[in-house]
Design a binder for this molecule. Structure first.
Ligand code: PMP
Length: 470
């Protein structure tokens, strides 16, 4: 809208960039690089678009950081925050107290979490982020096994290239080698297995289904290597997000379920990205049909409007913790923050009213899949795939052999620069370009996004050809 652009143009971009560089340490940022280039100042947002301080309109195909599921500018969410701020801006849930929005949101989440093969999620623990929630998971599973009289069960198995947060436990559970390299991670008691990424790890002649089984059986091998009686839990994202939208083969999750059942190991489904409609369901374990004991959530629970995260605690753990646990010495000042919970509740009601998970499942995801199959024809694209409303495409040097570019060339970053220039936010993970658009997109907006992606691919290809690289 022109009014927004006019307001945005009033910002003094250079002055903000100078202050930014002088005082603000950004997450996951090379500050030497940022100081020379200057940061992009985002000033407003509406629907699926954001605006920068220069008045540029940008289609946000990443929903911020995979979180603005309901889109920007939803008045109901601002209204819910305002009302709660005026009624009870803060109170804690320690010392035999509670607050109404936290209770209501916990009950709402329990009602939305589907029962799988007799296992229910009646309880919720709240935090303020995905990272904190996974720290809580480490405490919860170790506490559970202590209470079960098996204190030697301490080891948690994660996966390479997984992302579970940036705290000590979150970064340790995750399998990002760049994160592990800084700060002596992982912390003790956390080990990793390979990720189910067929494109990269599939062997010549191996089918995707066979690979899915082999990748899952890496869990069994690791369990046997450590000793089943020492393993506490396995943690995984339904679809790996930050790792580059790594979609597991259909054979993967059923085999994981067989293995955790066989060895009695707890299963943690980290759905910080995948829950709340992202894959066409309220919770992603429903899509894949597995049965977790704990489900990590954050991001989409408030559509990112305010920080909130938590853990859905399944019956198996809740019964032990509540019936014979005594005090669990764990909690955050902002666990069950009334304003965050009020916004969460309003957001879930909005998503329910607009039927967003079903809309993604039945309308948006199939349409995105169709359009992405067309993008797969592009000469620079070696693979284009979607799952629900996330998608990834791989930039390749040679379409026939699917040979990749030298990572030193940073072709993904080259493509990302063209995206910025063309008014599109698309993320680069190496040479895998990924999107996770708001769930409120219309078909026309999907078409607009796909046209932008094509233009960016064309521009990247032209640049590569000019440099004699394609
Ligand atoms: N788990 C997953 C699967 C995530 O994608 C993220 C964030 N991208 C986190 C945990 C960490 O969440 P937060 O940044 O809110 O701490």
């Amino acid at each position: 809208p022109p009014a927004l652009v006019r307001r945005a143009e009033q910002h003094d971009t250079k002055a903000i960039q100078a202050l930014d560089s002088a005082h603000y340490i950004h997450p996951f940022t090379d500050h030497g690089d940022l100081a020379t280039r200057g940061s992009r100042v985002i000033t407003q947002a509406q629907g699926i678009y954001i605006w920068d301080s220069e008045g540029n309109k940008i289609l946000d195909a990443m929903s911020g950081l995979w979180c603005v599921n309901a889109g920007y500018g939803r008045k109901e969410l601002a209204e819910a925050a305002y009302q709660q701020l005026m009624t009870l801006p803060y109170y804690n849930s320690f010392f035999q107290t509670t607050n109404v929005p936290a209770v209501q949101l916990a009950a709402k989440l329990a009602a939305l979490a589907p029962e799988v093969r007799g296992r229910k999620f009646e309880h919720v623990f709240f935090s303020s982020s995905g990272s904190e929630s996974n720290d809580t998971n480490v405490r919860l599973v170790r506490r559970y096994w202590d209470l079960m009289g098996q204190p030697q069960r301490k080891t948690i198995i994660g996966r390479h290239n997984a992302y579970h947060g940036s705290t000590m436990a979150g970064a340790s559970l995750g399998g990002m080698s760049g994160m592990h390299a800084q700060g002596d991670l992982p912390i003790p008691g956390i080990v990793h297995i390979e990720q189910p990424y067929f494109f990269e790890n599939g062997r010549p002649g191996e089918s995707e289904a066979e690979f899915g089984l082999r990748a899952a059986r890496a869990l069994e091998e690791k369990i046997l290597e450590i000793g089943a009686d020492k393993v506490a839990a396995f943690i995984a994202e339904p679809v790996q997000g930050a790792g580059g939208v790594i979609i597991p083969p259909a054979t993967y999750w059923p085999e994981i379920q067989r293995i955790v059942d066989q060895y009695g190991i707890l299963l943690i489904s980290d759905e910080v990205i995948c829950a709340f409609g992202r894959l066409g369901h309220w919770f992603a374990y429903e899509k894949f049909g597995y049965r977790p004991d704990l489900v990590t959530f954050a991001k989409g629970v408030t559509s990112g409007y305010i920080p909130l995260g938590g853990v859905m605690v399944g019956d198996r753990i809740a019964k032990v913790l509540i019936d014979k646990g005594g005090e669990f010495n764990h909690g955050y000042t902002y666990s069950g923050h009334p304003v965050a919970c009020a916004v969460g509740l309003a957001n879930l009601e909005l998503m329910e009213r607009e039927d967003l998970p079903r809309k993604v499942r039945e309308e948006l995801a199939p349409y995105l899949a169709k359009r992405f199959a067309e993008i797969g024809e592009h000469p620079l694209v070696g693979l284009a795939e979607t799952c629900g409303f996330v998608a990834g495409l791989v930039l390749v040097k040679d379409k026939a052999s699917k040979a990749m570019y030298d990572p030193e060339l940073a072709v993904g970053m080259m493509c990302r620069a063209h995206c910025f220039r063309n008014g599109l936010i698309m993320r680069a993970v190496g040479d895998r370009m990924i999107i996770a658009p708001p769930l409120v997109m219309t078909r026309e907006q999907i078409d607009e996004m796909v046209a932008l992606i094509r233009r960016c691919l064309d521009d990247t290809l032209s640049e590569l050809r000019e440099k004699g690289l394609h």
